[in-house]
Design a protein around this ligand. Structure first.
Ligand code: SAH
Length: 218
């Protein structure tokens, strides 16, 4: 039986072309993943027609789904070749999780708010992702039982690299995270080379705050 046609397919292709490819997202695998993942299903029904716009959107509980360009940029910076085990902090809607799941061997994702975690888990399961594990908890402590991780992505803004996350990063691994104050951050790439931190920055961004130990108060 043929699958029902996705009414947003063209809108999504246009988003990839106009917002990502034209803004120098060159990793074809990232573009293909974002052409595939049905972003409109990760927002509430009333917001579906805006899901492919060039902006973040509210997902409830005062949180947001990131702007498509930011999702693409962070994913491209991770340089995923299909074999990585990835830790994500801040599942939120689960949209970024799905994009990671397209490009990684396995994704472990931690969300502190149970309602968001449950919704994301149900949605990703329904979409057939069987390489995603979602847990409710304080993500700044990482997921010790599953460490080490080849890649770590933090999708909420904190003041500094939480030490447990760097510890759980594999040698030669890479972490991407927004660092700064509560209002504005700098997208930061941290590589673990010989056990040491190598850091470079990658432009300004604006995320909801990372809450918990080594981060901000709720
Ligand atoms: N990548 C998500 C963005 C979600 S916004 C998406 O595409 O939808 C950031 C999320 O981080 C929020 O859901 C927030 O609840 C969560 N968060 C903040 N601090 C956290 C922490 N210490 N551990 C786990 N999740 C956290």
């Amino acid at each position: 039986m043929e699958r029902a046609r996705d009414p947003y397919e063209l809108t999504r292709a246009r988003m990839v072309e106009e917002q990502l490819a034209r803004r120098a997202i060159a990793d074809e695998r990232v573009l293909a993943a974002m052409r595939k993942v049905p972003r409109h299903l990760f927002v509430e029904e009333a917001l579906r027609d805006r899901a492919y716009g060039d902006h973040p959107l509210p997902i409830g509980e005062e949180q947001t789904i990131s702007q498509p360009y930011i999702v693409a940029l962070m994913t491209a910076l991770l340089e995923l070749a299909g074999t990585a085990k990835v830790l994500e902090i801040g599942t939120g809607s689960g949209y970024q999780t799905a994009v990671l799941a397209e490009l990684a061997r396995r994704v472990c994702s931690i969300e502190r708010l149970p309602r968001l975690a449950e919704r994301a888990r149900a949605l990703l399961e329904g979409l057939g992702y069987d390489n995603v594990w979602i847990r409710v908890g304080g993500g700044t402590l990482g997921w010790p039982d599953e460490a080490p991780f080849d890649r770590i992505l933090v999708t909420a803004g904190g003041p500094a690299v939480p030490p447990p996350l760097f510890q759980q990063l594999a040698e030669g691994g890479r972490m991407v995270l927004p660092l700064g104050d509560e209002a504005n951050q700098t997208l930061t790439v941290v590589d673990k080379v010989g056990g040491e931190m190598r850091t470079r920055t990658h432009g300004e961004c604006k995320f909801v705050k990372l809450v918990g130990k080594y981060a901000w108060d709720a």
